[in-house]
Write a new protein. Structure first.
Length: 291
C-alpha cells in the first residue's frame, strides 16, 4: 500500500512559530485577538512584546478563534497536494475552535481528521511533533487521531501567577478574594489536567509557589507517569508569560532538579490574556511510541 501524504495543521496556541512551522513542514493557523476592537493575528500582526505592552496599558483584549473561512481555505489548499489532514487545535475545554473544526471536517468525508486531545501550549506542541513522527512512520490520519486521543490524559501543567488582576477581570475569582490575595502576597497555582484551567493550591509568594509546582510535578513523574518515565518517554517543559529572564532561571532550576532537558516556550497568548504577565509554568507530556 502506498504511504499517504499527510498534512499537519495546528494553531498558534501550540507555541510553534510561523518560522518553525516552515522548518517542520506543517501549517500553523494564527489565533485572532481583538485589541480595542481591532483585529490582530498572533505571530503575524501581533508579537509577544506588543501584546504585553497592550495588556499593561489595560487595553480591551479578547480572544477569538480562526474564522471558518480561514480554516477551510487552509484545508482546501493543503488537500491539493496531500491525501489527508490531521488538524490539532487547542483543547476543546478552553476554546470553541475544536468544535468548529469538527463541524467543518464533516464535509471532507474522512480526509480531514480533527484531534481533540485537550492540549495547550508546550503539551500541544508535543502532540504536533508526535503527529509528524507518526505520519513519517506510515500511519494514516485516522490512526494518528486515534493514537493522540488515546493518550490525551498523558500530560500535566502547573502554572503560578504574578498577579490576580486578570483572574478577577475574567470573573474567575471574586474581587474580595483578589484583594485579600494581593495583601497576603498569595500566588495561586493553577493546573491543566485535560480540559480546563483549575485551581491547584495557594502559596505565599512566588518562591513557595515554585516549590509547590516542583513537588506536584515530582509526584506526577513518580506516580502517574512512573512507567513512561522509566522508558524515557516523558518530556519536561516550561512556559512563561512575558518574563523571559525569570523564566530562564526557572528552566535552569527545573533542569537541575529533575536532571532532564527542558523545552521552554512563551505561554500562548490565549492563556496569557486570562492570567497576565509574569506567570511561570512547568509541564510534562508523554511522547508517542511508534511500533
Amino acid at each position: 500500500m502506498e504511504k499517504k501524504k499527510i498534512a499537519i495543521v495546528t494553531d498558534s496556541n501550540s507555541g510553534i512559530t510561523q518560522q518553525l512551522a516552515g522548518e517542520l513542514g506543517i501549517t500553523v493557523l494564527p489565533m485572532p485577538f481583538y485589541i480595542n476592537e481591532q483585529l490582530f493575528l498572533e505571530g503575524i500582526t501581533l508579537t509577544q512584546e506588543d501584546f504585553y505592552q497592550r495588556l499593561a496599558q489595560d487595553a480591551d483584549i479578547s480572544t477569538s478563534q480562526p474564522s471558518p473561512a480561514d480554516v477551510l481555505e487552509t484545508w482546501e489548499r493543503l488537500l491539493e497536494d496531500h491525501d489527508e489532514i490531521v488538524h490539532i487545535p487547542m483543547s476543546s475545554g478552553l476554546s470553541n475552535s475544536c468544535q468548529t473544526a469538527f463541524v467543518l471536517a464533516r464535509e471532507y468525508k474522512g480526509r480531514v481528521q480533527v484531534v481533540d486531545n485537550q492540549r495547550i501550549s508546550v503539551t500541544q506542541r508535543q502532540s504536533v511533533l508526535d503527529a509528524i513522527h507518526l505520519a513519517n512512520s506510515g500511519k494514516n490520519a485516522v490512526e494518528i487521531k486515534e493514537i493522540l486521543e488515546a493518550e490525551k490524559g498523558e500530560s500535566s501543567i502547573y502554572i503560578t501567577l504574578e498577579t490576580l488582576k486578570y483572574l478577577k477581570k475574567g470573573g474567575r475569582i471574586t474581587p474580595a478574594a483578589a484583594a485579600l490575595g494581593t495583601v497576603l502576597n498569595l500566588k495561586p497555582v493553577l493546573q491543566i489536567q485535560g480540559e480546563k484551567l483549575d485551581a491547584f493550591s495557594k502559596a505565599r509568594g512566588k518562591k513557595q509557589a515554585k516549590r509547590t509546582m516542583v513537588k506536584a510535578m515530582e509526584d506526577d513523574l513518580k506516580n502517574r507517569f512512573k512507567e513512561y518515565k522509566k522508558k524515557g518517554l516523558m518530556c519536561l517543559e516550561a512556559a512563561y508569560t512575558g518574563n523571559e529572564e525569570e523564566a530562564l532561571e526557572w528552566k535552569a532550576e527545573l533542569e537541575k532538579h529533575f536532571d532532564m532537558e527542558v523545552h521552554m516556550d512563551p505561554l500562548s497568548l490565549s492563556v496569557a490574556c486570562h492570567i497576565g504577565q509574569g506567570a511561570l509554568a512547568v509541564a510534562v507530556a508523554k511522547k508517542v511510541e511508534v511500533e
